[in-house]
Design a protein around this ligand. Structure first.
Ligand code: H79
Length: 596
């Protein structure tokens, strides 16, 4: 036996031995953590009506048209006879994802309407058996992904199925809920088995709407996926309280702070997932790039959606946006792929940071005018440069690390203009792993930021909870005025400070909602009382469609430097709710600004 054959045999034996080892969670998540950016595809029969049924525009998301227009099963199923997407081109779709800098594709194998986008033997209501198209686009896409080195993942609606009496959701055809267990056994499990055995290695199964399923039922789906493909990731929305491989935020919801686990934001380019001919509310590539950077800086993944037409074409607007993002990533991808969350557990008004080993990447959503300061970094900087600069010309900087000189501070001399209109990235090469002074400190400009997510939340002296998970980062559902937030912070410069309370607009794009009129008390150096009102509106780069609303709450004078405390206590919360707005006090943060 030659050495090379011997080596090959040994290697195969070794690989087989490795395979029989149970896969660890870190191994399962490895590709996903490196990827950071994926393409979501919502495609199905709903692309034919594209938001319009019998001449009437149906409000809401496109793939929900059967539900929103209460279309009877018999009528909706007829759409299959028209589904013939001759322009579908798996190679082009995968190439688009690659050009956009995306590393995985998650496509709807079966959405809530119950129609399978692949050749399923478990249900003839599928693209191969029920349409004139007869091809299996899921197979073509999976093969193309395997060829082009992307992970293929399948969205599968496990609870809702409007085509089946046992599935949830269709109350117009099936006013009495059918046998859900039977539906699980006869449709869901056989179909998941097909998807996990006939299409090669699957990156993940993306379950959705985790309601109306018991812990046992959810566990049995998890067990099935684990048994068939142990390396396949299970998305956050399985249900039944069963732990999955990562957290999925709400649709289009970017959390206000870091989450210390794996998580992903599923999001749309306009307002729909499935194609809608009348939806033109495209987000700008700049906005989407900021969101991408912000998500990665908080430790998450971004799954961004396209809704192809009934012909099989990805809308030109979507293609143009994704090309732009790809251009940005081709220059700045180093600050995204394989990076970790910012070591600072807070947002900055200028942008955010990502980290890889001994490097920090500062992503500027707004280019600072003049000198730029970063406080709290305890590790020495060796070199700073613009990521977009191929020569990596060093930027001048000064760093104060001597504790007797006060807070550690890096000051950077930046050029007049940033290299990118979306997010400009500065690289800091450090002498070691970044160490950061945690806690709430005064910034270089003298301001103090007290974010809700970093405060201590209590109710009548007991620990309490508020949810800052809304897409704008403001608190969601703060209706109880007995809840208070406390902060301890450090002040270097005594003096008089203006107090701004920031609340967030919410609501729908194009129709923002905001409710004020809550009354509050602030206790710190002195006590202030007031009413939440819109004294100033400010554009928020993180949540493009919604403004940050400032309430000028008055002034506080601190006579000495050092440790300080501030408490925000609502006295009353206005219960009014605007259509589609969030109820309650949509509090984001307090800002203290020195009054010179
Ligand atoms: O697959 C996409 C959505 O179809 C799915 N999740 C993402 C990834 C989703 N399932 N449920 N929802 C989203 C929320 C549903 C909201 C609704 Fe409505 C409000 C359904 C009925 C009222 C929006 C407005 C849709 C119809 C009217």
């Amino acid at each position: 036996m030659s050495i090379s054959i011997l080596c090959a045999v040994l290697f195969i034996g070794f690989a087989a031995a490795l395979q029989s080892e149970p896969i660890t969670q870190d191994q399962r998540m490895e590709w996903w953590r490196r990827s950071r950016f994926g393409l979501f595809i919502h495609w199905g029969l709903y692309a034919i009506p594209a938001g319009i049924w019998k001449g009437r525009s149906i409000p809401g998301i496109g793939e929900w048209i059967m539900y929103s227009a209460k279309i009877p099963v018999e009528e909706y199923r007829k759409l299959a006879k028209q589904f013939n997407p001759q322009k579908f081109d798996a190679k082009a779709w995968v190439e688009l994802a690659k050009t956009a800098g995306m590393k995985y594709i998650t496509i709807t194998s079966k959405h809530h309407d119950g129609f399978a986008l692949y050749g399923s033997k478990a249900s003839s209501y599928n693209i191969v058996d029920a349409t004139p198209f007869k091809r299996d686009p899921i197979r073509e896409l999976a093969e193309e992904c395997h060829k082009q080195g992307l992970k293929i993942c399948f969205y599968y609606s496990q609870v809702q199925d409007w085509n089946e009496p046992g599935g949830y959701g269709n109350t117009w055809d099936f006013p009495v809920q059918g046998d859900f267990q039977k539906y699980l056994d006869e449709k869901v499990k056989p179909q998941l088995t097909e998807l996990l055995t006939e299409y090669g290695p699957i990156g993940m199964i993306w379950f959705d709407t985790p309601y109306n399923i018991t812990a046992e039922q959810a566990q049995s789906l998890k067990d099935l996926v684990r048994r068939l493909q142990p390396a396949c990731i299970i998305s956050g929305r399985l249900g039944g309280g069963v732990k999955t491989d990562y957290i999925s935020t709400g649709d289009n919801v970017v959390p206000g702070s870091m989450i210390a686990t794996d998580w992903e934001v599923p999001a749309t380019l306009n307002d729909t997932w499935g194609f809608k001919v009348e939806d033109h509310s495209w987000k700008s590539p700049r906005q989407l790039t900021i969101i991408l950077f912000d998500i990665v800086a908080k430790g998450g993944n971004y799954l961004l959606n396209v809704g192809p037409t009934a012909e099989g074409v990805i809308p030109a607007e979507s293609v143009a946006i994704l090309h732009k993002m790809g251009e940005w990533l081709s220059v700045n991808g180093e600050s995204i792929y394989g990076t970790e969350a910012s070591p600072f557990q807070r947002e900055f008004s200028w942008g955010n940071l990502t980290r890889k080993g001994d490097k920090l990447y500062l992503g500027f959503y707004q280019w600072p005018a003049g000198e730029f300061y970063l406080e709290g970094l305890l590790t020495r900087v060796e070199k700073a440069w613009l990521l977009a600069d191929p020569d990596q010309k060093g930027l001048a900087f000064q760093q104060t690390l001597d504790p007797s000189a006060g807070r550690p501070r890096l000051s950077l001399h930046l050029p007049q203009q940033g290299p990118d209109e979306a997010v400009s990235v500065v690289v800091l090469q450090l002498t070691g792993e970044p160490m950061v002074q945690q806690g709430l400190f005064q910034s270089g400009d003298g301001s103090v930021l007290l974010p809700g997510v970093l405060g201590k939340i209590s109710r009548a002296g007991e620990e309490a909870q508020l949810n800052f998970g809304s897409r704008t980062g403001g608190s969601d559902g703060w209706l109880d005025p007995a809840i208070a937030i406390d902060w301890d912070f450090h002040l270097e410069k005594p003096g008089r400070y203006r107090v701004d309370i920031i609340t967030m607009e919410t609501g729908q794009h194009g129709d923002p909602a905001w409710v004020g009129g809550h009354t509050f008390e602030i206790h710190s150096a002195a006590s202030l009382q007031g009413v939440i009102r819109a004294d100033e509106r400010e554009y928020s780069p993180r949540a493009h469609y919604w403004h940050r609303i400032h309430t000028h709450a008055g002034c506080l004078t601190y006579n000495r430097p050092g440790s300080q405390h501030l408490r925000l206590q609502p006295l009353s919360i206005n219960p009014e709710q605007k259509p589609d707005g969030q109820p309650g006090f949509t509090f984001k943060e307090i800002i203290l600004t020195p009054e010179d």
